[in-house]
Design a protein around this ligand. Structure first.
Ligand code: MF3
Ligand code: CO
Ligand code: CO
Length: 266
């Protein structure tokens, strides 16, 4: 079911999103070669609980952790592990959801570990821009397909990279995953019409090579995560946002200057 949110509800979601963004802002200075991915998990878990919130991936469909940490060719839903150490040149994705006072937010960010190759820099640049091209389509009266079409055109036609299909954005609130589905591909002018008060995530995953992915089963945690089918590097950025009469309003912004056009009063 799609629920339309009041401005009070959007304020509460933005409070949740501010806690989540706070974790990402700190991670920028924490993530470096030699860091144990388990330290990312511990840091995020503590930061979120210290801010009177709950890391709601923990307990979701049996998942045990506050963060998903996906390294290099891991596309999504990777697991933080003691002893899984980041190396110079890696790309690491940290995806989290926060629940504060019953209000959810969801944001994934990609980090370069130390000095990365030009290929990684380009992949991060394209994926970040893909997210914002999608966000720019999230306006009242547009359709869901406009979001995916903008992302797909930029990733595939303009950059010749792999636009992952199997995993998609989603409505959010009251729970983490709500209707509607928000694919990162599609046809402009198709799909559900966007309405004021809808809250969604946009979360493109881009592979250097093929868009295809395969699943990998982790026995220890009884958990399935995803890797690129050809082993190529993968990148993701995700924001939670509201569709408002003034345009897309980001709820998980980390950067008021960069995001200023998406941060008006709710
Ligand atoms: N945060 C993810 C998303 O963007 C969901 C992670 S699934 C979990 O939808 F089980 F790991 F929480
Ligand atoms: Co997420
Ligand atoms: Co999401």
């Amino acid at each position: 079911m799609i629920t339309l949110k009041s401005s009070r509800e959007l304020e509460k979601m933005a409070e949740s999103g501010a806690v989540l963004a706070g974790v990402h802002k700190k991670l920028r200075n924490i993530i470096k070669p030699g860091l144990d991915t388990w330290d990312i998990e511990e840091f995020a878990n503590k930061y979120i609980t210290d801010h009177d919130a709950y890391p709601s991936e923990k307990g979701f469909e049996g998942y045990k952790y506050a963060t998903c940490v996906s390294v290099n060719d891991e596309v999504a839903h990777g697991i933080p592990r003691k002893g899984l150490i980041l190396k110079n040149g890696d790309i690491v994705k940290v995806d989290m959801t926060v629940n504060k006072d019953g209000f959810e937010s969801d944001s994934c960010w990609s980090y370069a570990v130390g000095e990365v190759s030009d290929e990684v820099k380009h992949l991060m640049h394209v994926t970040h821009h893909a997210l914002y091209f999608g966000i720019d389509q999230a306006v009242v009266g547009n359709r869901i397909g406009d979001i995916g079409a903008a992302i797909q055109h930029y990733v595939e036609d303009e950059n010749g990279m792999g636009d992952v299909r199997e995993l998609i954005g989603h409505g959010i609130q009251p729970t983490m995953h709500e209707a509607p589905n928000v694919p990162n591909y599609g046809e402009a002018g198709q799909g559900l019409r966007l309405r004021e008060g809808m809250t969604i995530t946009i979360e493109p995953m881009v592979n250097v090579g093929t868009w295809q992915i395969k699943d990998r089963y982790d026995k220890k945690d009884d958990w399935t995560y995803y890797v690129s089918a050809d082993g190529s590097l993968s990148c993701q950025y995700e924001h939670t946002l509201a569709i408002t009469k003034n345009g897309p309003r980001l709820l998980t912004s980390q950067d008021p200057e960069f995001d200023k056009k998406y941060l008006f009063d709710i």
